[in-house]
Design a protein around this ligand. Structure first.
Ligand SMILES: [Zn+2]
Length: 58
């Protein structure tokens, strides 16, 4: 799994800890620390009660 997330808007790569993931009605996402764009994430957890976020491949 990739240790970095990449903003789909400005292309900035950031360590996942730098961009705190949030969840809203559309699902998990993180806000780019560079341009503030919303980048969708997916939960790939295989077990109940566990959350594993991953940035979907384009
Ligand atoms: Zn950005």
């Amino acid at each position: 799994m990739r240790p970095m997330w990449t903003c789909r808007t400005c292309g900035l790569s950031m360590i996942f800890r730098a961009a705190q993931p949030e969840v809203d009605e559309d699902g998990p996402y993180f806000l780019c620390v560079g341009c503030g764009a919303r980048n969708a994430l997916v939960n790939i957890a295989g077990h109940l009660g566990k959350t594993v976020l991953k940035q979907p491949e384009e």
